[in-house]
Design a protein around this ligand. Sequence first.
Ligand code: CO
Length: 134
Amino acid sequence: MIGRLNHIAIAVPDLDAATATYRDTLGAGVSQPLDQPEHGVTVVFVDLPNTKIELLHPLGAESPIANFLERNPAGGIHHVCYEVDDIVAARDRLKAGGARVLGDGTPRIGAHGKPVLFLHPKDFLGTLVELEQA
Ligand code: CO
């Protein structure tokens, strides 16, 4: 059912330092920081030949990654995102199998302008999983 790895998101306490690590130490191409107020994050996209890394930094008081950074002050992998062809069909299949979909289960428009859902980390090996309709 799942297809390509769309991105790995890493929550970081210092976006400039994290960007420098990927740009200078690892030699990757990085974007300018992009504020996404509707998602409560500022994002730097790291382009790799076969996928993307997204460096996430909290934006605003209600940021969904603030608690994660409190628990992981040095930063850490926040979620992985897999592509699916049909997000509603994927959701229904997962729910029928007992997996928990976060929120009310209605796909939202994600950071790339495409419908996304998040799956409960306790059902997926301790990893928050994002599904994106490709
Ligand atoms: Co994501």
